[in-house]
Design a protein around this ligand. Sequence first.
Ligand code: MG
Ligand code: MG
Length: 250
Amino acid sequence: MSITIKSQSELAIMREAGRITCGAIWYAGERIKPGMSTMDVDKLVGEYFARHGCKSCFKGLYGFPANACISVNEEVIHGIPKASHRLKEGDIVSIDTGAAYKGFNGDSCWTFPVGKISDEAKALLEVTEKSLYEGIAQAQVGARIGDISHAVEEYCASRGYGIVRNYCGHGIGREVHESPEVPNWGKPGHGPRLVAGMTICIEPMINAKGDDVKTLKDGWTVVTKNGSLSAHFEHMIAITPDGPVILTQP
Ligand code: MG
Ligand code: MG
C-alpha cells in the first residue's frame, strides 16, 4: 500500500480518533491495580470506546479477539487479555489499542506500573518513553523515516537496552497499518521522506536486556526470549509544516 496524505478534514477526524484512543488507554491505565485481570483492563477499554460511540479497531484485526493488546512484564506486544491473568504489585502493563472512528483509526500504547515497581522497571519505562519523544522530534517535513528510527535506536542502545527488531511502527489512516514502516532502528537520511499530511505511529518496543523475542503457542503473545522486562510506548502523530503534532496526547 502506498503512503496516504490526509486532508485537513481527514486530519480533524484522526485527531478525534487519537483523542478517544488515548482517553481509553488512560481510563483503563489509571484504574489498574493488583488483583485485576488483564480481561478487566480490556473491559474498561471497551467501555470507554462504547461511551464515545465507537469501537476498538483492534478487535478482529487479523483475527485479534479483544479490544486491546495487554502485555505484562516480559510480554512485548500482542498479549491477549485473560480472566485468569491477574496483575500483581510490581508488574508493568502495556495497553495498546485504537479507536475506529468515522472511517479512520487511532493507535497508541502506554506502559503502566502496577503499584510500586523496581528501579530496573522504572528505568526501562523512562528510557522507552523518552526514546519515543526523541523519535517524534525528528518527524519534520523533509526529514526521512530513518531519522526517526535512528533517534530511537541511538537513545536506547547507548543506554544498553535491547531494541525489538521483529516489529515496528507504521503509517495509519483508513487502515490501521499503512505504509511506510517506521522501524525503531536505522540510518539517518535513509527511507521515505516525510511530507505534510502523513500520519504515522512511532512505537519503540524496548527490552531491559537483549533484542530477541519469540511468539507463544497462542499464536499472538510476543515475549522476550530471555524473560527480561519489555516496555512499549506509542504515539500517533501528524506531519505538519509546523512540526510533528501528537494526536494521542493525554
Ligand atoms: Mg501501532
Ligand atoms: Mg499500537
